[in-house]
Design a protein around this ligand. Structure first.
Ligand code: AMP
Length: 170
């Protein structure tokens, strides 16, 4: 199935110079969405994941569907001050300034085998920060699965220590 047909390039969104990958047509096609989730589920089984972690917002479009189909737990990774209980945090550098992501304290068990899921691998900063959050909790990143890898941004270089895969490459 040619999944690229369901991804639209939006130039200069959300800011000048960025070519945003609009994945909503893929969500709006049942066969394309099922193909993606099935492939992610296969990978989850392949790496022996015990839990799925995905960051807001677009990781939430795929992570819970994979959790359901693979019969695995799901843990949301959220932006600051969204989770109501005590959290553990990771802070990482952006081009300008920093970003923080959080999970609820105690959601991850030591020895959990974690599969991280997100829509796009760009610079790899987000994924790497989540990996550090996982390893800080004595859990293990067994894989990362992206719908899209923007290979020209070389995000894979940041993730050398962790197995990762993408369904579509640009
Ligand atoms: P990064 O930390 O640079 O790998 O950025 C990854 C996050 O930014 C992902 O969660 C994506 O949702 C989002 N992102 C980055 N670049 C793009 C893009 N060109 N199109 C759509 N989403 C993007």
């Amino acid at each position: 199935m040619n999944l690229k047909k369901y991804i639209i390039d939006i130039p200069d969104f959300p800011q000048q110079g960025i070519i945003f990958k609009d994945i909503t047509p893929l969500l709006n096609n049942a066969a394309a969405f099922k193909t993606v989730i099935d492939e992610m589920v296969t990978y989850a089984h392949e790496v022996g994941a015990t839990v799925i972690l995905a960051p807001e917002a677009r990781g939430f479009l795929f992570g819970p569907a994979v959790s359901y189909a693979a019969n695995l737990r799901f843990i949301p990774v959220r932006k600051p001050d969204k989770l109501p209980r005590a959290t553990v945090k990771t802070e990482y550098a952006l081009e300008y300034g920093t970003n923080t992501l959080e999970i609820h304290t105690g959601d991850l068990q030591p020895n959990d085998k974690v599969l991280i899921i997100d829509d796009v691998l760009a610079t790899g900063g987000t994924a790497k920060a989540i990996c550090e959050l996982v390893t800080d909790q004595q859990a293990q990143v067994v894989g990362m699965m992206f719908l899209i890898n923007l290979t020209f941004l070389k995000g894979s270089n940041q993730l050398k220590d962790y197995p990762h895969r993408a369904i579509i490459e640009y």
